[in-house]
Design a protein around this ligand. Structure first.
Ligand SMILES: Nc1ncnc2c1ncn2[C@@H]1O[C@H](COP(=O)(O)OP(=O)(O)O)[C@@H](O)[C@H]1O
Ligand SMILES: [Mg+2]
Length: 324
């Protein structure tokens, strides 16, 4: 297959691993910075240019869209979607998962557990919002944060008020969230590929920190994932419509609570901790994904053709009354 990886740089660990895994399985791979594409939106003929040339055909696109280029990156992924090229993950699923409030709303609709989350925009409602999430300490989060940046803890009602007012004044979209104390600075990261969890780890926040992100100095430990956690991670991935995801979960007294679903999960920490070839699993799934799409399309085309042959439908015109 010809695989196109969308990434800001070929030297990033995860990008480099996906490229190596694809080559190891005999594929041709190119890495392109999504910002280098020029999209052409034109009736019936969506296309894309790279360095003055129309892009060559690809069999599969693997987007690794970082938070800093979400909008343009998503437009590029959507364009590939429109051109009928299989993408792992689709633009709409990336957009759903990147907005933490939107993701929580969709998860709870499907009865998946999350920390109680409140969104408000009126300073008069802060007391009520705080009581709804169980008081302090409470978590204040940017709706589109990543790598731990944008996730804060407020120890007093005054801290909650000043954080919310400051962030609102800066035009940020924020959520207030129940602090899951019993998680003790630990969370579970599960990597879902297709309908399977291929690797999992526990991340423990460093001393004095509640965020367990590896970018914030968290420590990764290998685990075998409990069934309930694996099921929750797979269900959450499906609700988002993602093919590949890194699902963050807290271990609460009542079982897994989903925190967020990452559409371009980092591979370095998880591959090191688990010893699993996650990049290889992604490529192997990509092969099945492309094959499945082709078989489905061929079947559909055949059915339509059969239907056309077996039914003799009258043309519309002869049934339609014409204006006198
Ligand atoms: N409600 C919460 N209760 C306890 N810890 C939390 C809560 N929300 C986030 N955390 C901690 O902060 C980390 C970052 O939060 P997360 O929602 O995953 O945002 P990010 O996109 O920045 O990774 C989590 O991995 C977890 O360790
Ligand atoms: Mg996270």
């Amino acid at each position: 297959m010809r695989i196109l990886v969308l990434s800001r740089s070929a030297s990033l660990y995860s990008t480099a691993r996906v490229v190596l895994a694809a080559r190891a399985r005999g594929h041709e791979v190119t890495v392109v910075d999504p910002l280098d594409f020029r999209l052409v939106v034109s009736r019936g003929r969506p296309s894309m240019y790279l360095g003055g040339q129309p892009i060559a055909n690809s069999d599969l696109v693997i987007p690794r869209i970082g938070a800093s280029i979400t909008n343009y990156g998503l437009a590029v992924v959507r364009q590939f979607d429109l051109m009928g090229i299989p993408v792992l993950n689709s633009a709409v699923s990336i957009a759903r998962s990147r907005d933490k409030l939107r993701a929580m709303q969709l998860l709870t609709k499907k009865n998946i557990d999350v920390p109680t989350t409140v969104c408000a925009r009126n300073p008069d409602s802060i007391d009520l919002a705080l009581s709804l999430v169980g008081g302090v300490p409470a978590i204040v989060k940017l709706q589109q944060g990543a790598q731990g940046i944008g996730t804060m803890i407020a120890e007093t009602p005054q801290a909650v008020t000043s954080l919310l007012e400051t962030l609102w004044a800066m035009g940020q979209d924020i959520i207030l969230q129940e602090y899951i104390k019993e998680a003790k600075g630990r969370d579970v990261r599960a990597i879902v590929v297709g309908r399977r969890v291929v690797a999992a780890m526990i991340r423990q926040a460093k001393k004095g920190e509640f965020r367990s992100n590896l970018h914030r100095g968290g420590l990764a430990l290998a685990i075998t994932l409990d069934k309930t956690y694996a099921k929750a991670a797979i269900a959450a991935t499906r609700v988002m419509g993602l093919e590949i995801a890194g699902v963050d979960m807290l271990q609460s007294r009542k079982g897994p609570k989903i925190l967020e679903i990452n559409s371009s999960p980092g591979l370095e920490g998880i591959e090191r901790a688990s010893g699993v070839d996650v990049a290889g699993a992604i490529i192997a799934y990509g092969e099945r994904f492309v094959l499945r799409r082709r078989t489905r399309k061929a079947k559909r085309d055949m059915m339509i053709e059969d239907e056309r042959r077996s039914t003799r439908l009258r043309p519309v015109e002869s049934q339609v009354a014409r204006p006198a």
